[in-house]
Design a binder for this molecule. Structure first.
Ligand code: ZN
Length: 85
């Protein structure tokens, strides 16, 4: 049985590996190659609950200093009202 996209109702769901950005308060974590199901019609992505739990645990470990991320990058932060271009 094909899965149906609960967003647009089409059944064009494909397995993909994508970049996932986890955000909690003012902190971000980027995880590459996260498995998900993506609707090829509207682009809605569906993640397995276990995948999301694992990402959350990893994030907590990083925030609590239990683990260090493989790569850390500085992210520019701007206020929209102060943009000049
Ligand atoms: Zn869809």
């Amino acid at each position: 049985m094909d899965k149906i996209c609960s967003f647009c109702g089409k059944s064009d769901i494909v397995k993909k590996k994508v970049q996932y950005i986890y955000k909690k308060e003012d902190k971000f974590m980027v995880i590459n190659n996260v498995p998900c199901d993506e609707c090829s019609y509207c682009g809605e992505r569906y993640y397995h609950a276990d995948v999301l739990k694992q990402i959350e645990r990893e994030f907590d470990d990083l925030v609590n200093g239990k683990r260090k991320a493989k790569i850390e990058v500085a992210v520019p932060v701007e206020e929209y009202a102060e943009l000049v271009s």
